[in-house]
Design a protein around this ligand. Structure first.
Ligand SMILES: O=P(O)(O)OC[C@H]1O[C@](O)(COP(=O)(O)O)[C@@H](O)[C@@H]1O
Length: 390
């Protein structure tokens, strides 16, 4: 909707219609000097940011094309996700997906995977493989996310190889709950283009990543990238369709007051972890403050909130349905952990092991994870150590 009249003209009307009053208030926002200033500031787009980065560090040039392809795909996926309710059939066909949720989940997953794959391929600078979907024995009959591995094709001695989860939390999209794309980038030392070699190239601990990031599709679409030693957040401007730097040099607060986990699994948790949660939520932890519980059930959303506000996100093992937690290490928790640590937080896989030091044995392997504000993770670590010493 475009206003047909200037605010000044509208206010000159003597009509006292409520709509006019509301409009006047709306326009007056834009007349304040501060707002005028903000609007005239030249935005730093992701493209410009990357160009500047490459000028500083020319060895990142290959990474630039990968990032540009990912951001292009994320713009399309953002539109797909936001239009999901408009284009997905509401009645679920009775086919191989007995559960209606899995049907549209699968559909959005496939679409996002295709969009991302094409964006990467059409750069002409990336080779893309989609590792065959094999169900992990630890998660029989559950939804298996699509995953992509992309390699930059520059004829340099080194090349980059990225692992990408096109749409984390796709099962939530029907309820308009946030979802996300996750990626992590390694260097490939051995120059082979065989699928198996590419898979091996990403089966590395996240500490060896050269970059990682995610795109959150929520009330806004936000791309957060860890590149070099800093973390930058860019918001997609729906008018210009550009990612604009809105969260420069993101750092996670050293302490928060929110814990985020699937408390429905608490019966099967290790006693020490259960004790930790009980302690912080009743205000008997180190801060003496009662922690609030927040759990979207969409990892990217839960971790993004943790990054901005502080606190702790956990997916521990339980002795019922999740002997290794419920998050795939390689393409979900490890890249997120990389971002969190680059932002000054911490991430654990076990009592004494950083999540960044765990080598995935296979693409879809799940692993317990705990990440967030450094002081909160340190407090939890004491409980995990207690458990492992028993
Ligand atoms: O339902 P649970 O066990 O809490 O698991 C939720 C987790 O599963 C995920 O939704 C992953 O789902 P997808 O398989 O759709 O990618 C995470 O985003 C989220 O944290």
């Amino acid at each position: 909707w475009v206003p047909q009249q200037q605010p000044q003209q509208r206010r000159s009307h003597t009509s006292t219609l409520a709509a006019d009053t509301v409009d006047a208030r709306y326009y007056s926002l834009f007349e304040t000097p501060l707002q005028t200033q903000i609007q005239t500031l030249p935005p730093v787009t992701l493209n410009r940011f990357l160009q500047a980065k490459v000028q500083e560090q020319p060895e990142l040039r290959d990474l630039e094309s990968l990032y540009l392809a990912v951001q292009m795909a994320c713009k399309t996926i953002s539109t797909l996700v936001h239009r999901a309710g408009l284009v997905t059939p509401t009645s679920t066909p009775k086919d191989s997906y007995s559960d209606g949720r899995y049907y549209s989940m699968k559909r959005l997953d496939l679409l996002s995977t295709l969009v991302l794959k094409n964006a990467l391929k059409y750069t002409g600078k990336c080779q893309v493989v989609e590792p065959a979907v094999r169900l992990d024995s630890e998660s029989p009959a559950t939804h298996q996310p699509g995953v992509l591995i992309a390699k930059s094709l520059q004829q340099e001695k080194r090349s980059f190889v990225a692992v990408l989860d096109p749409l984390d939390g796709s099962g939530n999209a029907d309820a308009s709950i946030c979802t996300g794309t996750v990626f992590g980038v390694f260097e490939q030392s051995e120059q082979s283009d065989e699928e198996e070699a590419l898979i091996q190239a990403v089966l590395q601990p996240a500490r060896r990543m050269r970059a990682a990031g995610y795109c959150l599709y929520s009330s806004a679409t936000v791309m957060v990238v860890a590149i070099g030693d800093s973390v930058q957040g860019f918001t997609l401007d729906p008018q210009t369709k550009e990612f604009v730097l809105t969260h420069p040099d993101l750092t996670i607060p050293s302490r928060g007051n929110v814990y985020s986990c699937n408390e429905g699994n608490s019966e099967g948790w290790d006693p020490a972890f259960r004790q930790y949660i009980q302690t912080i939520k009743t205000g008997r932890g180190q801060t003496g403050q009662r922690y609030a519980h927040r759990y979207v059930g969409s990892m990217v959303g839960d971790i993004h909130r943790t990054l901005l506000y502080g606190g702790i996100f956990c997916y521990p093992r339980d002795n019922q349905d999740h002997p290794n937690g419920n998050l795939q290490l390689l393409y979900k928790s490890a890249p997120m952990a990389y971002v969190v640590e680059k932002a000054g937080g911490r991430a654990l896989g076990d009592a004494d092991q950083s999540l960044l030091d765990i080598t995935p044995e296979r693409v879809h392997q799940k692993y317990p994870c705990f990440m967030g504000s450094a002081d909160d993770v340190a407090e939890l670590q004491e409980y995990l150590r207690l458990e492992s010493s028993q």
